[in-house]
Design a protein. Sequence first.
Length: 128
Amino acid sequence: MGKSAKQLLEEAKSSINVISVEEATGLVGDESVVFVDVRDANSIETVIPGAISVPRGMLEFHADPEFEAFHKPELDPSKHIVFTCGAGGQAALSGKTLKEMGFENISSIGGGMGAWEEANGPTEEFKG
């Protein structure tokens, strides 16, 4: 048998910088930081202010400029990309993927939006 989901998740977390909600809160509004929410758009009600929505299943296409029809220029390799999701797992896996694509400054928020909302981090309505 290959690797388990738990093993893949542990590898992903060890390959990127997992930051606390408090640390991430301090990055809101910083123009050198892009918050990326990888939850399915149908499950999102609120997001971190300024966050872009990039469903995990489309991440590679949105990050690669060669896929002009899908590319999101906000996914700029020169910026600090901070991923979030519901609980942190999808964000860590997404971060590992972008690292494999050559992005260097990648973080995920430990505990995801669940931890963010529990800590009363700032949010705004998701406009899809």
